[in-house]
Design a protein around this ligand. Structure first.
Ligand SMILES: Nc1ncnc2c1ncn2[C@@H]1O[C@H](COP(=O)(O)OP(=O)(O)OP(=O)(O)O)[C@@H](O)[C@H]1O
Ligand SMILES: [Mg+2]
Length: 320
């Protein structure tokens, strides 16, 4: 075990942002924290990285206690923050040089290592360009390269693909998956993109400062029987009641539609249309996703559109 969180709690002026979080991460694992805005993901990362002192509880990273041995912990980890943190006025290479200097990487090794990480994120040909001229995806890749520079045992990535277009997002994921092979590193990341969480070996789903589920993506989805059916009807309230009375099904209402689980969706749908007794306007059937798992556990959906819009606003304001 390379990370062990023991009952971590963080309070901000009476607000309990993290409410006793315990988990452990194995060496060379890709471990994901999945949860909506304000769930406590960044706060937990900050405690693990010694940037915030826990109100109570502690964590052991690479054998070191975050409270008793913060310097040893810092040497063991690389961190890519949720918000951009490069020096935009410097070149890519100088950003890395500066970081290497702070970490005391010897000069001869510095050069080789910088070349190596630049190669890894395919930025070698842009190393002498000013970061301000980089695209969002290039900046994120450079931040990942910087996080790796001092050979950390654990790399923390807080929302590594936030606000990037789908193509750039999938490329960043290629680097992340490659990294484990090349660097033998443990990766701890947070995301609220359900599809991205699927890449992780294990996921902790966090909501209101508590872990509500922790398992492999496959096992989490197995909690949901068979398939998920979503219908819209002329009268959702009545349809929900009839689903319970006539089919013993508990439906959850989201986005003006009703969602429920059945064993064999294909066979069930014709029955449903025949016997529900309310006009059905549309039917959708899919295999369980992590979104369904979150919905089942919390009764709410993680709405990606609203989340990313809010995030974009946040970035916009920060820039101003
Ligand atoms: N420095 C702070 N002072 C006061 N409250 C804080 C502070 N940092 C975080 N919080 C609060 O703690 C809660 C958890 O915030 P946190 O940033 O950990 O969430 P998150 O899961 O990372 O969300 P997001 O997906 O938006 O990044 C929020 O209610 C937030 O307002
Ligand atoms: Mg966060």
């Amino acid at each position: 075990m390379i990370i062990e969180a023991r009952e971590l709690v963080k309070e901000f002026n009476g607000l309990r942002a993290v409410k006793g979080v315990s988990f452990s991460v194995n060496e060379e694992e890709i471990f994901g924290f999945l949860g909506p805005n304000g769930a406590g993901k960044t706060t937990t990362i900050n405690m693990l990285c010694t940037l915030l002192k826990p109100t109570s509880g502690t964590a052991i990273l690479n054998g070191y206690d975050v409270i008793k041995k913060p310097n040893e912990v810092r040497r063991s980890i690389g961190l890519v923050f949720q918000d951009p943190s490069l020096d935009e006025r410097l070149t890519a290479k100088d950003n890395l040089n500066f970081h290497a200097l702070i970490y005391g990487i010897p000069k001869r090794e510095r050069k080789r290592r910088i070349a190596e990480v630049l190669e890894m994120v395919e930025l070698a040909d842009r190393q002498n360009d000013i970061v301000r001229t980089f695209s969002g995806g290039m900046k994120r890749r450079l931040e990942i390269a910087r996080g790796l520079l001092h050979y950390p045992k654990i790399l923390f990535l807080d929302e590594p693909t936030l606000g990037l277009d789908p193509q750039t997002r999938s490329r960043i994921w290629e680097y992340i998956k490659d990294l484990r092979k090349k660097e033998k590193i443990t990766i701890f990341l947070t995301t609220h993109y359900m599809d991205e969480a699927e890449v992780c070996d294990r996921i902790a789903i966090i909501d209101y400062g508590k872990i509500i589920a922790l398992n492999t993506p496959k096992k989490l989805k197995k909690q949901i029987g068979g398939s998920v059916v979503t219908i819209t009807t002329a009268r959702n309230e009545l349809a929900k009641k009839l689903l319970k009375e006539r089919f013993s099904l508990e439906a959850i209402e989201t986005n003006n539609s009703l969602r429920f689980e059945v064993k064999e969706g294909e066979k069930f749908i014709p029955q449903l249309v025949k016997r529900l007794g309310v006009e059905i306007l549309s039917v959708e059937l899919h295999l369980p996703t992590l979104d369904d798992v979150f919905l089942k556990l919390t009764g709410r959906a993680i709405r990606e559109e609203t989340v990313s819009k809010r995030e974009l606003m946040r970035k916009h304001w920060r820039r101003r």
